[in-house]
Design a protein around this ligand. Sequence first.
Ligand code: GAR
Length: 208
Amino acid sequence: MKNIVVLVSGGGTNLQALIDAQNRGEIKNGKITCVISSNPNAYALERAKNNGIDTSVIKRKDYDAFEDYDIALTNLIKSKNADLVVLAGFMTILGKIVIKSFENRIINIHPSLIPSFCGEGFYGLHVHESALARGVKVTGATAHFVNEVCDGGPIIIQKAVEIKNGDTPEILQKRVMEQAEWKILPKAVSLFCDDKIKVIGSKTEILN
Ligand code: GAR
């Protein structure tokens, strides 16, 4: 059984999707053992507590030097014996030390079809604002491993979502979450826990 540590910053609907999938028995070889938030007021923390999951808070601004924050976050995750780290709406950039310590063991959910609308500055609602401003007809979500390039790690699963007339960033965000994020993140986590994701260079292969 793999220990899953989920990093959050906000509402935590992706965390909820993971908890629901776990409760439905869809993550057979993993268990969410801890939720770590960058924000002490994140509603995601309530979701964790309501489900009896251990919680911690670590704030970037409590550390002067970025490297000290990077070390503290790494040590916190290690202290929870994480086999897998999931970024479920975690809005603080990860440092080199934590990324290296958990190479190919950190999964992020991003609300677009990478490589569109990703990289620095593309997070949360901004991603959907950019997609609508560009006039694309299809967007979606991507579950991928995290490496040192922002949103540049090996892609695990993607799912497309249609853009409709009259969409606002908020309406589109909700559709992308419902139709893509809340489905592919638990699926990617389940595949990881079943040892079904093989990383080959900058790509992945899903094993049968
Ligand atoms: C989600 O849409 C997630 O994909 C996005 O933030 C939202 C968090 O919502 N993440 C990023 O933009 C990361 N670059 P949630 O707290 O309800 O899961």
